[in-house]
Design a protein around this ligand. Sequence first.
Ligand code: 6GU
Length: 245
Amino acid sequence: MRIDVVSIFPGYLQALDLSLVGKARRDGLLDLRVHDLREWTTDRHRTVDDTPFGGGAGMVMRPDVWGLAVDDVLAEGPARRVLLVPTPSGERLTQRTVEDLAGADQLVLACGRYEGIDARVAENYRARGDVEVREFSLGDYVLNGGEVAALVVVEAVARLLPGVIGNPASLVEESHGTAGLLEYPVYTKPPSWAGLEVPEVLTSGHHGNVARWRREQALARTAERRPDMVAALDPAGLDRTDRAA
Ligand code: 6GU
């Protein structure tokens, strides 16, 4: 997969040289390119923004600069390309969306700053029809720009690409995966620490009891922390022990 991130703060994306994403790049599993939006400015001051039509506080990013940048970084050919625009007014990003994005050939992340990007940029690429456009939000709070959201998308997508995670079994049970529940609590050595013991069932060697305990813990945790997720569960997927929990 190819991912292009365009930002006026490319330095923000340096974290993508590290850890799992960095290794995926070095292994040739991910072609990640970070660009400085100002490369596409044409004036002496390298201007990327201007005052909003209609008035109001703050500055808006100019569509002409963004248009040149996006046109340049979009890959040629019949590939599935997605233009992602991080914005607090977008649709909420979910694991379902991330899984869908992992199937694309190219993602272009257009990181806005200030009051956002002129709305005609998303409109223009939607109208062209040769690239999907998705405006997305991380959650109900406000960040100063899209860079952190780009980091989130790259990390969430990269770990789903074939070969990136050494043990694909670790993708199976995790929170927000297929079960629709948060993950159960996990423990390792030492068995006793700070006066706290590892739950006995986990050291019992009884795999059936371990599985049942984990399922109960996942349900209890989800009910406590994310009642919205419990309400969205398919009742057909719950068994009698689940209801008791
Ligand atoms: Cl994607 N962008 C910005 N600027 N703020 C946000 C966000 C995105 N998601 C939550 N807050």
